[in-house]
Design a protein around this ligand. Structure first.
Ligand SMILES: [Zn+2]
Length: 369
């Protein structure tokens, strides 16, 4: 049993005060008014465990290597980050353990656009030591090598296409086939050029079933509708888009049309993993358009949609009886919301990953800082 000051409860993300969560065999058995006994986290807020729906983990070894370069110079196929990953990262893979401990313990799940597929199993194992569910959306070295495409899908279990426009007709057909067995994702419409060339329709028209797309900065209304029709999550990385494009996707339009929006922090070499900063940007834009919009629902939708990106049944998006325990505790010594008029509003606007204290996943309690 875990006792907390506040609890974000159920599918509506309502706030309960002075609550106890009874967990049995990793499943939430009961949520009730605070009782005696159990473990006391009475200066804590319990919220559903959060997912980072898009990172590039490997470039975390070269912080701020993005400064001084535009997007193609930094991430393009001949971009500087790939050189740095080979030079500094892959030759010294142990460094990544420290990076998980410093930057990622707060997350229950990480969706990684992994540049080097041969590391997918190693990283899955590494992350599981920290009780983090790890999803490698990765790709072959040569995107038009059909054998390699199939091999990567079978080995890593999911595919992430960095630049869909590079696929030829044959690999598109193969990718379409694979996409009914394994989740497939792609960067789309991050730049004006990608939008003009139609990176989203290029995939969908060829029958590729997409789990999610990333960025969509320049997507238009009819493309948002296409995402809704095909149940594709739009993962947004607002700080990355501001940095490289000086522009954000049209969140208000997307939200109104019913697009499922998830949130990620993108390149770890260029952006901190403090996902609250990104969630706040999305919420700010939505609020500017409709001040009546409810922060608990925005937050809930982001958690839920980001979980869809993980394509896993190991995690739950809500704290409720019968669900697998997936809980993040924020420490109120460093983040006090007692007098807040809207507690979830305060979490979105004021929390940082630095105020996390513990995570509960199944029957495990894990340090999250
Ligand atoms: Zn990316």
């Amino acid at each position: 049993m875990i006792n907390v000051k506040y609890l974000v409860y159920g599918s509506e993300y309502d706030i309960l005060e002075n609550a106890s969560i009874v967990i049995e065999n990793g499943v939430i058995k009961e949520v009730e008014e605070r009782k005696n006994g159990g473990q006391n986290y009475s200066a804590s807020i319990a919220l559903p465990g959060i997912i980072n729906a898009h990172v590039h983990f490997l470039d975390s070894i070269a912080k701020e290597a993005c400064i001084g370069y535009n997007l193609p110079e930094y991430v393009g196929s001949k971009g500087i980050k790939h050189v740095l990953i080979r030079l500094l990262g892959l030759r010294n893979i142990d460094i990544y353990r420290g990076i998980i401990e410093n930057e990622l313990l707060v997350f229950s799940g990480i969706s990684d656009f992994l540049e080097e597929y041969s590391y997918c199993t190693l990283l899955k194992n590494l992350f599981s030591e920290y009780h983090i569910v790890y999803k490698p959306y990765t790709r072959p070295h040569n995107i038009n090598d059909l054998d390699e495409l199939v091999l990567v899908a079978n080995k890593c279990g999911s595919l992430g296409i960095a630049n869909p426009l590079r696929l030829n007709k044959w690999s598109l057909d193969e990718l379409a086939r694979i996409s009914y067995k394994y989740p497939v994702a792609a960067h789309v419409s991050e730049t004006k050029r990608q939008e003009k060339l139609g990176s989203l329709t290029y995939l969908i028209d060829h029958g590729v079933k997409l789990n999610h797309v990333v960025h969509g900065v320049y997507l238009e209304d009819w493309e948002f509708k296409l995402l809704v029709e095909n149940d594709v999550v739009l993962v947004t990385c607002p700080r990355s888009n501001l940095w490289f494009q000086g522009k954000l996707p049209n969140y208000s339009k997307a939200y109104r049309l019913g697009v499922k929006i998830g949130v990620g922090t993108d390149n770890m070499g260029c952006f901190s993993t403090d996902i609250w900063r990104d969630i706040e940007i999305v919420y700010s834009i939505l609020h500017s358009n409709n001040p009546r919009i409810k922060p608990n629902h925005i937050f809930r939708d982001i958690v839920k949609n980001s979980l869809q990106v993980m394509a896993t049944n190991k995690l739950s998006w809500k704290i409720e009886e019968g669900e697998t325990a997936n809980i993040l505790l924020l420490n109120m010594d460093r983040f006090n919301i007692i007098k807040s008029f809207d507690k979830i509003g305060s979490i979105i606007k004021r929390a940082s990953t630095a105020v996390s204290s513990y995570r509960v996943l199944g029957s495990k309690v894990i340090k999250a800082y």
